[in-house]
Ligand binder design. Structure first.
Ligand SMILES: [Zn+2]
Ligand SMILES: [Zn+2]
Length: 638
């Protein structure tokens, strides 16, 4: 029935987003005001402001899915046109879409004169028999159809059922080109209009769209699995962190277990950087407003900055939202020569942002985040070699985590209008070429995206898939021509002249907190030995083996392994269950025989495998698994 090959999946998904909005207006609320509608990978959403008298609930999603399927079968066509912005104000009045005027105002401010739009058109006869549940919407169609018949080339056999601003490609026919069998209106959320807290709250309706039944099934399984892995549930079980109302929301306090994990990640990152000649630095958590005015972050972050009052001075202070400007000051206090370049700083620095509440969720967005931050200052000709070195860090790091199997990279470069970018074309050519060459040499699966570069430099972004196949943007390498300019950074070249360095920002894990949230779900809480808060737990089956348990404990802790004894007065089965709930990689069960032979009976969490080993051999084996950061048998990744 469908013709999906003819249109890319992205185009089909995008077209579905419009059908979602149309169904809302035709079947639920004729005066629903439409907001934004991105379509991403396997889903799309539409922000909708319902009329006061409508309550749209999660339980209504099923019926909405049906409505969408029904209107798709009407064989609607997408017709794409462009007109003057002014004309669209008239059309908004005809269709009662006041919210869209705001969008038009914005386009006008940006100097746009023309806009693209599309019409959903059906044979007039189809509309006669359409079973709308919000029939007075027909008045709008009649008015707008008449308008287009008069002003444009719509004939009287055709009727408009929906129209909207949009410059994206669409399918031709909703019946032939959209496969409606595998689309689901999946969930609702709240979202402020234009992401502004002072605006009204709109209803965000999500829709998932799949290529076939298998994909839909797989997705539903993932949803169930994701519920189990949700880090907000796992953290309770694993006692990782605490949110205290006295400390404040979205500022997690890290319990010992979490702190172990965090330190392991930071130590590993530092190890990877140390061998590539980075130097550790430390910078304070407050700085004067002037620093952020110079760096432009005061303007960029605006009211996301935490302000601090000071007793006597008139100076205004901010809690730092970024580490970059601080590192610029470290560099500026030296007079480096070309022989010193590149200069590389590394600092896992905690930054603070007063983000809008609705943006914060779980651990992925919090008010205090620790960036595994680093900046390197290099000559233009050194960009390639430095990027290459960061790429090897990223690849090594994600191979260790087990996320290097499926990842993709985007290389963001300039657009055609070269006047919009800082520094000369020659420098941009070298920088873009440097990034591209590094991506080629490292065999990165990358795509070049024109117009995506910031005005101050090109960048590489890394998207990794977690164990459930969900994509996460985690690592980034960004060239920056702006900060060296703003802070007037220089080094002395071979001719004893001052030259500007390039700054390269790099983040391997993005922020440690967000990365940990991803890790908890990726490993479903069953961490590999090097990350596990407790690596092995000793279970003596009765009190008489307590001393032997202590001996094993002493041997393993002397080797810096994280090990505990469970000597509660409980049955062995109960102890095993408890250890399994905590997902501890190894259980060491001690009976009479183990004590006599100086062995341990090992039970592996991930595989449920059991075997007996001399105790020192187990120690060596565990130590090996720890120091090599092996994914081992201990992780139960999907
Ligand atoms: Zn569109
Ligand atoms: Zn930076």
């Amino acid at each position: 029935m469908s013709n999906p090959e003819q249109f890319p999946l992205a185009t089909q998904r995008h077209s579905f987003a419009h059908m979602l909005a149309q169904a809302v207006q035709r079947f639920i609320d004729p005066d629903a005001q439409l907001g934004t509608w991105p379509a991403i990978e396997t889903w799309c959403y539409y922000d909708i402001a319902f009329s006061d008298w409508i309550t749209f609930k999660e339980t209504d999603c099923k019926a909405l899915t049906k409505s969408i399927q029904r209107i798709c079968s009407e064989k609607q066509t997408f017709l794409v046109y462009a007109c003057d912005i002014q004309e669209w104000y008239t059309i908004n009045a005809l269709t009662n879409q006041q919210l869209k005027n705001e969008l038009l105002d914005k386009f006008q401010q940006q100097g746009e004169e023309r806009i693209s739009f599309y019409l959903n058109v059906v044979p007039a006869a189809v509309l006669e028999h359409a079973r709308e549940t919000a029939p007075w919407r027909k008045e709008y169609y009649t008015a707008v159809t008449a308008y287009f018949q008069e002003q444009w080339t719509i004939d009287d056999q055709q009727a408009i059922v929906f129209l909207d601003l949009c410059a994206w490609p669409h399918v031709a026919s909703t019946k032939e080109d959209l496969d409606t069998g595998w689309c689901v209106v999946s969930k609702l959320a709240g979202a402020y209009r234009q992401a502004d807290e002072n605006n009204q709250m709109m209803t965000r309706i999500y829709m998932d769209i799949f290529a076939n039944k298998e994909e839909l099934k797989a997705y539903q399984t993932i949803l169930e699995e994701a519920k189990k892995r949700d880090h907000r549930i796992l953290w309770e079980k694993l006692k990782l962190f605490t949110i205290s109302p006295l400390v404040g929301a979205w500022m997690p306090l890290l319990q010992p277990n979490w702190t172990i994990l965090r330190q392991e990640i930071i130590d590993y990152l530092w190890e990877l950087h140390k061998e590539r000649w980075y130097q550790q630095v430390w910078t304070p958590h407050l700085a004067k407003e002037d620093l952020y005015v110079t760096s432009w972050h005061a303007a960029k972050f605006g009211d996301e900055l935490f302000r601090v009052s000071w007793k006597e001075e008139n100076d205004k202070f901010f809690i730092k939202p970024m580490n970059c400007p601080h590192h610029m000051q470290l560099y500026a206090d030296n007079q480096f020569s070309y022989r010193d370049m590149p200069v590389r700083y590394f600092e896992p620095g905690t930054v603070y942002r007063d983000e809008k509440k609705w943006q914060l969720s779980g651990l992925t967005r919090v008010r205090s985040i620790t960036q595994d931050d680093g900046h390197l200052f290099c000559r233009i000709g050194q960009i390639n070699q430095e990027v290459m070195s960061i790429v090897t860090i990223i690849k090594e790091f994600y191979a260790t985590i087990g996320m290097l199997d499926a990842y993709r990279v985007s290389l963001s470069v300039r657009g055609d209008d070269q006047s919009k970018y800082l520094w000369s074309n020659e420098v941009w050519d070298i920088a873009e070429q440097g990034l591209k060459q590094a991506a080629d040499d490292a065999w990165l699966p990358y795509k070049t995206i024109p117009w995506e570069a910031a005005f101050y430099g090109p960048k590489l972004d890394f998207m990794f898939k977690d164990a459930l196949g969900r994509e996460q943007q985690l690592a980034t390498i960004q060239c920056d021509f702006n900060l060296p300019e703003r802070f007037d950074l220089t080094y002395i070249n071979e001719q004893w002249e001052k030259e500007r360095p390039v700054v390269i920002h790099r983040a391997i894990s993005w922020s440690i907190e967000r990365f940990m949230g991803v890790m908890i779900e990726h490993f479903a809480g069953a961490f590999p030995v090097w990350l596990a808060p407790v690596q092995a737990i000793i279970l003596p089956v009765s009190d008489s083996f307590h001393d032997y348990a202590e001996t094993i404990h002493a041997m393993l802790s002397t080797a810096w392994l994280r090990v505990k004894i469970d000597d509660a007065a409980e049955s062995l089965n109960k102890k095993i269950r408890n250890a399994e709930l905590l997902k501890i990689p190894y259980m060491l069960i001690l009976w009479e025989k183990e004590q006599t032979d100086n062995t341990v009976s090992v039970r592996v969490y991930a595989t449920k495998e059991q075997y007996t080993l001399p105790s020192d051999e187990f120690c060596t084996q565990l130590l090996e698994e720890y120091t090599t950061r092996s994914l081992g048998k201990s992780s139960d990744q999907a």
